[in-house]
Write a protein that binds this ligand. Structure first.
Ligand code: DGI
Ligand code: FE
Ligand code: FE
Length: 189
C-alpha cells in the first residue's frame, strides 16, 4: 500500500514535524489493524490515517485560507477552539486539494477529533486509531488498546469520556458533536 500512496506520505512529511509525521503513519497502521478486525475497508482507513492530521500544524492564516476558499462556516464554538480547526479544514483539504472523493475517508477525517451522532464504521475506526496508535503513551493508553480489542463501542466510551472529562476539568467548551457521540454510546449500553 505504501508505494501507491507515496505522494500522501511525501505530503505529510513536508507539512508536519517528524513527531506528527510518525504519529500519522502509526495512526494509519492502527486504522488498518482495526479495519481488518472489524470489517472496515483497510485501504480507505490507511489513507484516512495518513491524512487525518495533515493540517494539524498549519497556522491560522493557512487554515482560514481553506475555510474561505471552500465557504466553510464555523460555529462560534468552532471559531474560538483552534484544536478543532485541523479536522474541519483537513476534510476540505483532502477533498478539494487532493481530489479525494470518497465520503467515508472525508467524513472520518472531518469527525476524527469530536466524533458525532450516528458515527459510521470508518469514523469510529479512525477516531479510535488516533487514541491507540503506537506513539501514544498517555495514562490509559494500554486500557484503550485493550478496549479496542473488545469492541469499538467499548473504546469509544473511554475515549469520549476521557476527552469530555478533560475539557470540563480545564474549563473548556465541549463541542455538541462530542456530546452527541457520547450520548449515542451511553444509550446503546
Ligand atoms: O490531532 P491529535 O492531537 O492527534 O488528536 P485530536 O484530533 O483528537 O485532537 C485532540 C484535541 O482536541 C485535544 O486537545 C482535545 C481537543 N478536543 C477534542 N474534542 C473537543 C476538543 N476541544 C474542545 N474544546 N471541544 C471538544 O469537543
Ligand atoms: Fe487530529
Ligand atoms: Fe491524530
Amino acid at each position: 500500500m505504501d508505494s501507491k500512496y507515496q505522494s500522501y506520505v511525501d505530503l505529510i512529511k513536508s507539512k508536519l514535524s517528524p513527531y506528527r509525521f510518525n504519529h500519522s503513519v502509526e495512526v494509519a497502521k492502527s486504522a488498518v489493524y482495526l479495519a481488518e478486525k472489524y470489517g472496515g475497508d483497510s485501504e480507505k482507513m490507511y489513507v484516512a490515517g495518513l491524512l487525518h492530521d495533515v493540517l494539524k500544524e498549519s497556522d491560522r492564516e493557512e487554515t482560514f485560507f481553506f475555510f474561505n476558499k471552500y465557504d466553510t462556516e464555523l460555529t462560534k464554538l468552532e471559531r474560538v477552539t483552534p484544536k478543532l480547526w485541523h479536522a474541519i479544514a483537513g476534510a476540505d483539504f483532502i477533498k478539494n486539494e487532493l481530489g479525494i472523493d470518497d465520503e467515508d475517508i472525508i467524513s472520518a477525517v472531518r469527525y476524527h477529533t469530536t466524533g458525532r451522532a450516528d458515527m459510521s464504521l470508518s469514523e469510529k475506526i479512525l477516531f479510535i486509531a488516533d487514541f491507540i496508535s503506537a506513539d501514544r503513551d498517555y495514562n490509559g493508553a494500554d486500557e484503550m488498546r485493550e478496549r479496542a480489542e473488545k469492541s469499538l463501542e467499548c473504546a469509544m466510551d473511554m475515549g469520549l469520556s476521557f476527552t469530555i472529562s478533560d475539557l470540563v476539568e480545564n474549563g473548556k467548551p465541549v463541542h455538541p458533536d462530542t456530546i452527541d457521540a457520547y450520548n449515542d454510546i451511553k444509550l446503546q449500553e
